[in-house]
Design a protein around this ligand. Structure first.
Ligand SMILES: [Zn+2]
Length: 272
C-alpha cells in the first residue's frame, strides 16, 4: 500500500515540474548530456546551448572548471528551472617526458606558420556544429592497450614546461587498428601535422568531437560517415611522439575533455 501511495505522489509532483535530466560524471573534464522538454531554451552559465528537437543538449566541463556551473531551462510555457551543478575537482600529476626531438618541443621559426595553420584546421573542425545525436549512443575505447598518459597531467617535455596533456595516450603496437569511438562524420583528416602527425577527427553532433593522432595510416576521408567500431586508421608514432601509441581526445567545441570518462575501465591486454 505504501509503495502505491509514494508512486502517486511522485507522479503528482512531476506533473507540475519541468523535466530536466543531466547525465555524466560531474567532474572536471566531463561531457554532460542533458534532456529538457522539446522547444525549451537552455543556458549554461547564462550562455545559450543548442538543443535538438527531442530536447537533448550537451556541454563540457573544462580541466579547471568549477566549483559550480549553472544550468537554466525555460520551457515553451515560460516555466523556469535552475540547477546548480557541483563540479568535482581533480588532482593532476606532473609528467616528465624526455627523448622527444628538440624541434618538436622548441619549434624553429620556420615552423611557426605551419603550426598556426594546422591549429586553425583542427579548430575549424572542432567548431563544426551539426544537429545529430551520435554522441548519445555511448562510446567505446578506440584501441586497447596500456594507458601511458592520462588527461590533465602537467607536462615537462625535454625539461621544458608545456601545456597540460588534454587527452588519453594508449600504448599499442604500430599498425594496430584504431576504431571510431562512436558513430559520426569525419570532420578532418591530415597526413602530416607538425605535432599530431597523421590525424583523424570525427564529429558526433552538437559540437562533440573525437580526435585520433600519431597514426601510421589514415583510412577514412573527410565528409565520410563512420559507425562506432569501424576501423578509421592504424596506431603509429607520427608527429610529436617517442613511441607508438594512440592519443585519443574528446572535445566539446574547442574545449578539450577527458574521453576516458565516457568508457569503462580499459580491458586487460596482457592476461597472465
Ligand atoms: Zn597524448
Amino acid at each position: 500500500m505504501i509503495g502505491i501511495f509514494l508512486f502517486v505522489i511522485s507522479v503528482f509532483f512531476s506533473a507540475g515540474a519541468i523535466a530536466l535530466e543531466l547525465k555524466g560524471k560531474f567532474t572536471q573534464g566531463a561531457l554532460i548530456i542533458g534532456t529538457a522538454e522539446p522547444e525549451s531554451l537552455v543556458t549554461l552559465n547564462g550562455n545559450p546551448l543548442p538543443i535538438l528537437p527531442n530536447g537533448k543538449f550537451v556541454f563540457g566541463l573544462s580541466r579547471d572548471s568549477g566549483p559550480t556551473v549553472l544550468v537554466m531551462v525555460r520551457n515553451k510555457n515560460g516555466q523556469i528551472k535552475k540547477q546548480t551543478l557541483k563540479v568535482r575537482k581533480r588532482v593532476y600529476k606532473e609528467q616528465k617526458i624526455f627523448g622527444l626531438p628538440q624541434r618538436k618541443v622548441i619549434p624553429e621559426k620556420r615552423d611557426y606558420k605551419r603550426i598556426a595553420h594546422e591549429r586553425g584546421l583542427i579548430d575549424v573542425a572542432r567548431r563544426l556544429m551539426t544537429y545529430d545525436a551520435d554522441f548519445d549512443d555511448g562510446f567505446v575505447w578506440p584501441v586497447f592497450g596500456i594507458i601511458s598518459s592520462v588527461y590533465g597531467s602537467r607536462r615537462i617535455l625535454n625539461g621544458e614546461p608545456r601545456a597540460p596533456h588534454l587527452g588519453v595516450d594508449i600504448a599499442a603496437p604500430s599498425g594496430t587498428a584504431v576504431v571510431a569511438a562512436a558513430d559520426g562524420g569525419v570532420s578532418l583528416t591530415h597526413e602530416n601535422m607538425f605535432f599530431t602527425g597523421k590525424t583523424v577527427q570525427l564529429n558526433h553532433g552538437l559540437g562533440v568531437g573525437t580526435i585520433y593522432i600519431h597514426l601510421s595510416k589514415v583510412m577514412v576521408k573527410k565528409g565520410q560517415k563512420v559507425k562506432k567500431g569501424q576501423v578509421i586508421g592504424r596506431v603509429g608514432k607520427t608527429g610529436r611522439a617517442t613511441g607508438s601509441h594512440l592519443h585519443w581526445g574528446l572535445t566539446w567545441k574547442t574545449l578539450r575533455l577527458d574521453p576516458s570518462l565516457l568508457v569503462g575501465p580499459m580491458p586487460s591486454v596482457n592476461p597472465k
